[in-house]
Design a protein around this ligand. Structure first.
Ligand code: SF4
Ligand code: SF4
Length: 378
């Protein structure tokens, strides 16, 4: 582990650029933390804090100069790995001939700076979906293989975070090239850097930074311990899959559906949701046609359309599909929960529907049902 003083932070940018990386990280745009291109540390949200709760998000500019004291915003890294819109091929008419051009763009060489532990877990989940199943997504594969990942350990969790419950944070344990913990005190501002891969090790060596002293490591560890204790939410997952499966037909799903607007926000902001639709479009002359893949959502009626109609025609069935996929079916498919506890779906739900509260409601329902059964049996 090494120490990088804030005054030397630009060295990291310089080295990444020298290695041909385009640096992507948090910026402030439209009053939110948005991942976008960074040129220097000054482009980071310096001194910015966020406030998050069900249906609420706001940023606050302080006079401090910490760089990573907010948590995740509405965008996630999937925006760069699993594109929201991708033209798969274009066909052009040329007299009697037809030329078909498949998507073959070069993948950018991105350095992701500021990936939170929950987001590393989300990338790992998308890896399982796109790279480890029967079918490999070549578009995701080429983008993913080019990434240099710098994780940031969360020392100030947000109001909607519950990564501790999902065992995905607040400290990044794997899946990064470098990880950093920011230590910010009035008189001190430094980062404890750790490598997680050969690429990371090489970059650390090139930084030529001093080794971290024990007291500095202890300071960073203390900040992380405190962070785990201050999570905004919790969602115990032990046995939750079975609880949801036992109450698949419970009328409480209708109660949630009465509040849900079926707007699909939760799926758009979720870093693990991966569903897409494919559309064929032509230009007005009819000489050019393209096949376009776009993010889709299980909250749209059309998503489950097959000949004759939609399988999930009611709002209730669509919310139930989303929640039970995240917390139950996903385990059958990918051996992991589909939720990493980032809290985005809670913050960006316009009516503040909270997956942790709904999970707790089903636990209560289950407890009552079991008590009743026990009574009847005795
Ligand atoms: S379900 Fe919600 S909390 Fe879980 S990973 Fe998706 S957006 Fe984050
Ligand atoms: S749960 Fe919230 S964000 Fe998701 S579709 Fe319903 S209203 Fe929209």
């Amino acid at each position: 582990m090494v120490i990088l003083e804030r005054s030397d932070f630009s060295k990291l940018f310089k080295l990444l650029k020298e290695q041909g990386y385009q640096i992507i990280g948090p910026t402030v745009q439209n009053e939110a933390i948005v991942y976008d291109e960074l040129d220097s540390p000054e482009d980071l949200p310096v001194g910015v804090l966020d406030e998050q709760s069900g249906g609420h998000y706001s940023l606050k500019q302080t006079r401090e100069s910490h760089l990573f004291s907010y948590v995740v915003g509405p965008t996630s890294w999937k925006r760069f790995l699993h594109l929201a819109e991708l033209t798969l091929w274009t066909a052009k008419k040329d007299g009697d001939k037809l030329h078909i051009q498949a998507e073959n763009s070069k993948a950018p060489r991105y350095a992701f700076l500021g990936v939170r532990a929950c987001e590393l877990a989300a990338i790992d989940i998308q890896d399982r979906v796109f790279l480890q199943g029967e079918y490999i997504d070549p578009h995701y594969q080429k983008r993913r293989s080019n990434i240099f990942t710098i994780a940031v350990n969360c020392t100030r969790p947000g109001g909607a975070c519950f990564c501790s419950s999902m065992n995905t944070g607040p400290k990044a344990k794997q899946g990064f090239d470098l990880s950093l913990t920011e230590v910010y005190r009035k008189s001190q501002h430094y980062f404890v850097l750790e490598s997680g891969s050969k690429k990371g090790e090489a970059l650390l060596a090139a930084l030529n930074a001093p080794a971290a002293e024990e007291t500095q490591i202890a300071e960073a560890d203390r900040a992380l311990e405190k962070s785990a204790e201050k999570m905004g939410k919790e969602m115990p997952v032990e046995g939750l899959k079975e609880v949801l499966e036992r109450h698949f037909e419970h009328p409480y799903w209708e109660e949630i559906a009465k509040r849900c607007l079926n707007c699909a926000n939760c799926t758009m902001v979720c870093p693990t949701c991966f569903c897409t639709t494919v559309e064929d479009v032509t230009d007005l002359t009819g000489d050019v046609a393209s096949r376009v893949r776009r993010w889709d959502s299980c909250f749209t009626v059309d998503f489950s359309y097959i000949h004759g109609g939609s399988i999930r025609a009611s709002g209730m069935s669509r919310y139930r599909q989303w929640m039970t996929h995240k917390l139950a079916r996903w385990q059958d498919q990918f051996d992991v929960n589909g939720c990493v506890g980032c809290g985005r779906c809670i913050t960006w739900c316009p009516v503040g529907i909270d997956i942790t509260e709904e999970a707790a409601a089903f636990r209560k329902i289950d407890k009552k049902a079991r008590k009743r059964q026990k009574k009847l049996a005795s």
